[in-house]
Design a binder for this molecule. Structure first.
Ligand SMILES: [Zn+2]
Length: 123
């Protein structure tokens, strides 16, 4: 048996296209009010994500315990109206955000953004 290191966040994408590489983002842009992020992937998928949702599911080590994969707070406690103040590209595989609560350590890769746009993950 091959060990599978992903946490318990299988995405729909994994099930549908198990062999294909994850699609890359071709567009990541922030709305003028910072409340919404617009995204496009190179397979034609488009989505928008709210600043609140992005903050709720921040994947950084401060927000998710590394050893257990558990989120250190209840996502429901993230206030509505949480904004993205700044957007920064990380290499060619991810972006990071500065949120209106000053949190900025999360790195969201294309695959993770895709999962968020499709309803997962919910850890
Ligand atoms: Zn975080």
């Amino acid at each position: 048996m091959k060990e599978h290191k992903e946490p318990s966040t299988m995405s729909i994408w994994d099930n549908v296209k198990p062999k294909k590489r994850a699609p890359a983002c071709t567009e990541v842009s922030l709305g003028p009010d910072g409340l919404e992020l617009k995204l496009a992937w190179d397979d034609g998928h488009r989505a928008s994500l709210s600043g609140r949702r992005l903050r709720q599911y921040c994947p950084c080590a401060e927000c998710v315990e590394e050893w257990s994969g558990k989120r250190t707070y209840d996502p429901e406690t993230i206030p509505a109206g949480t904004k993205v103040l700044e957007l920064a590209q990380v290499g060619n595989y991810a972006v990071s955000f500065t949120f209106s609560d000053a949190h900025r350590t999360g790195i969201y890769n294309w695959e993770y953004l895709r999962e968020l746009s499709q309803g997962g993950p919910v850890a």
